[in-house]
Write a protein that binds this ligand. Structure first.
Ligand code: AHR
Length: 512
């Protein structure tokens, strides 16, 4: 009898211990950094069916549209609150000559999209079509200048065509093409992946090229973004920062790309987007979580050259990259989007929020039909993916004030390896505190005790994105399996909130 009592007590103690590991302490008094809404940004490239079919179907299409833009996509973008959209690439930007995409459509030359499937690009979606779309939806545009195969003159003229209100050959041309006023375009990327598809340059060479281009990218209050590293390439960061010494004012941001490949390798299979077990789940989560360390590593290098932190980090390509869907075209990068992608999104957005002091923008790749998409289309049909619902649920963090927090989390272990099971971030806006959490453990709900730092806070809502299975996704013509739904949570008591975060889920709780 005595031994039963002792073992019961030990079990209870063990459970309490496990739970006690998981704590989140909010430091409301230190909330002062704004989470730039552009952290919730997106990326659209002339790649596969992202632009044509995905966003733009043309005015004569049977698919309901507003001036050629899909009505369903316009509405979905508004609902998700897309703050900023990068265009026209990506690698495509390095082959893009903007003058091919202006003027009467019948006069626009066609080109071959050499990076993405070798398809013909007829340039019917160009500068006006993109910028008008942004205005229609209320999005800030982020244009990517062709450094790989473009000229300084082309770059300078594009900026003048788009942003100038002076009398000039470029503004006359814009007016002739039907646009009297300049558009409001602040963000200009000068080169994309110049270490790869954007010219295969060395960092020393590119830093000089950047200085050359940036000197002619002129206008009021423009944010110029230098092409930064891929994943862990701190040497690239070091060399371009070194090359920019004395010219730091010529760049307001440095980009960084990090894709999450379950297999860690660009050659061979990257794994299926829908058929995977716990091993691939674990590797995906592990390979996405490293972005926190990568960000710290690049910031440490940047700090050496820019100790005041004036140059912001812009993660302008991130997300999962799996094998293409069976039957889809080579080079179209079409993949499905499951509960796994929702958890990847929740983790990355929590990490970016917590770096709000230095990350001023992030752009998930890509917004429609490509890689970790928000939206998938098939003819007139459209589905919103699990990733879409995480972005929609998290939009309360846009322009809110980050609440610094300290997370203690148990690990999620698989096959002898372990990673943190939970991630979290918190913000406050209009007196509403929003806490977002992800649970990577696919097998187990996790209880966490949150210390809110304010005894008056009362729960106003709690929502969740998850599915029955880790492989659940939303498919055309079927009921949604993964969406955002309300989720039952206990009331906060004396500034403490106890939450049980279900296995493989992303949760948002709000208190006031
Ligand atoms: O997002 C797909 C491609 O990935 C982009 O075009 C390129 O910049 C990156 O390599």
């Amino acid at each position: 009898m005595k031994s039963i009592l002792i073992s019961t007590l030990l079990v209870v103690f063990a459970i309490l211990q496990v739970n006690a590991q998981n704590t989140l302490d909010l430091d409301l008094d230190q909330a002062k950094t704004t989470i730039n809404k552009n952290i919730y940004g997106h990326f659209s490239e002339h790649l596969g069916t992202c632009i044509y079919e995905g966003i733009y179907v043309g005015e004569d299409s049977d698919i309901p549209n507003i001036e050629g833009y899909r009505t369903d996509v316009v509405e979905a973008f508004k609902e998700m609150k897309v703050p900023v959209l990068r265009w026209p690439g990506g690698c495509f930007a390095d082959t893009y000559h903007w003058k091919d995409g202006i003027g009467p459509k019948e006069d626009r030359p066609s080109i071959v999209n050499v990076f993405w499937g070798g398809v013909t690009e007829d340039n019917s979606f160009g500068t006006h079509e993109f910028l008008n779309f942004c205005e229609l939806v209320g999005i800030q545009p982020y244009l990517s200048i062709n450094v790989g195969s473009g000229t300084v003159r082309e770059a300078a003229e594009w900026v003048e065509y788009v942003t100038s209100s002076n009398e000039s050959p470029m503004t006359d041309l814009r007016k002739k093409n039907g646009r009297e006023d300049p558009w409001d375009v602040k963000f200009w990327g000068i080169g994309n992946e110049t270490w790869g598809c954007g010219g295969d340059m060395t960092p020393e060479y590119y830093a000089n090229i950047y200085r050359h281009f940036a000197g002619y990218v002129r206008g009021n209050d423009l944010q110029k973004i230098i092409c930064g590293p891929s994943s862990d390439d701190t040497n690239w960061t070091e060399k371009i920062m070194e090359g920019m010494q004395g010219k730091m004012h010529m760049m307001q941001g440095m980009s960084m790309h990090h894709y999450t490949l379950p297999t860690n390798s660009w050659s061979g299979s990257k794994g299926s987007s829908t058929e995977f077990g716990e091993e691939m789940w674990f590797k995906t989560i592990r390979n996405t979580m490293v972005i926190d360390q990568l960000i710290n590593d690049h910031l440490a290098v940047m700090d050496k050259y820019d100790p005041e932190g004036n140059v912001k980090l812009i993660v302008d390509e991130w997300g999962t990259w799996y094998d293409k869907l069976e039957g889809s075209k080579d080079g179209f990068l079409q993949q499905q989007n499951t509960v796994r992608d929702a958890v990847v999104a929740g983790i990355n957005l929590n990490i970016f929020n917590n770096h709000a002091d230095r990350i001023s923008m992030a752009n998930i790749a890509q917004v429609v039909n490509v890689l970790q998409a928000m939206i998938l289309t098939n003819g007139a049909q459209m589905v919103k993916t699990p990733t879409y619902y995480v972005f929609k649920m998290y939009n309360v963090h846009q322009d809110a004030t980050l609440i610094p927090s300290k997370l203690n989390t148990e690990n999620y272990e698989y096959n002898g390896e372990s990673i943190p099971a939970l991630t979290a971030s918190a913000s406050v806006k209009d007196e509403v505190v929003s806490i977002s959490l992800s649970n990577s453990n696919p097998n187990k709900a996790i209880t966490i005790e949150c210390e809110l730092g304010n005894e008056d806070l009362k729960l106003i809502s709690s929502q969740i994105v998850t599915g029955e299975k880790i492989t659940d996704y939303n498919d055309f013509g079927k009921d949604e399996k993964v969406t955002v739904v309300d989720f039952k949570t206990e009331e906060a008591k004396q500034g403490k909130l106890s939450l049980e975060i279900p296995a493989h889920s992303v949760v948002l709780v709000q208190l006031k």
